[in-house]
Design a protein around this ligand. Sequence first.
Ligand code: ADP
Ligand code: ADP
Length: 226
Amino acid sequence: STVLAAHGLVKKYGPTHALAGVDVEVGERDSLAVMGPSGSGKSTLLHILAGIVRPDEGQVLLRHDRIDDLGENRLSALRRSRFGFVFQFGQLLPELPAEENVALPLMLEGTPRRQAVERARRWFAPLGLDGLERRRPGQLSGGQAQRVAIARALVAEPDVVFADEPTGALDRTTSGEVVRLLTSVTREQGAALVMVTHDADVAAHCDRVLQVRDGRIDHHSQYTVA
Ligand code: ADP
Ligand code: ADP
């Protein structure tokens, strides 16, 4: 069933049409890669779907409820409870151990620290991070830090995970490992994944690829998933 849908998205910055009429649908356990040249509107699309930027026209629906017209407070509460985010790098708090970085979204929702850290620890083994719970981000490799970021995106059991160039700072081999874990763990959790990437090999791990060009969908394709 459809988790996230957007219809007729238009976003203008002055004379620039960042988005010029875009439709997107993502289902449960579905993963969608958004590709396209620099300046084509990928980030704008991700930010509108995630309730960070408001569209000038069109609608965004989360399980059939419109979210594009919510007030700022309800929108930020919704982002915290229903969405998870993975960025390119630099998203972990350097002074906190890995397990507390992962626990943060739960603590922001009001879960007591001990309980939040206990739930956070359960994500370390599935992400190949066993034994790294007390490491500070500065003591982790790039790939390990991104896997901690994935754990943090999933810990509150969101409906949708948004990833913006999640492998942008990693070498090829590490990129493959990270995107494989990101897609598989997100699917197991039952969430949908929307990922912006420049890397076709990374995009190929998603169920579908959306090509954006000049604020429009140029092409979409479906991979055969084993
Ligand atoms: P086919 O090539 O079999 O006719 P399509 O090209 O219409 O199929 O679509 C391929 C896949 O991409 C389908 O799973 C479809 O649901 C999905 N899709 C099509 N348009 C969009 C969109 N705007 N956003 C997200 N997914 C889309
Ligand atoms: P991409 O992520 O594909 O590189 P963006 O969504 O960032 O593309 O940008 C699409 C277009 O909108 C570009 O022409 C960009 O310069 C413009 N744009 C994006 N954000 C802003 C902004 N906050 N202010 C002005 N122009 C913007």
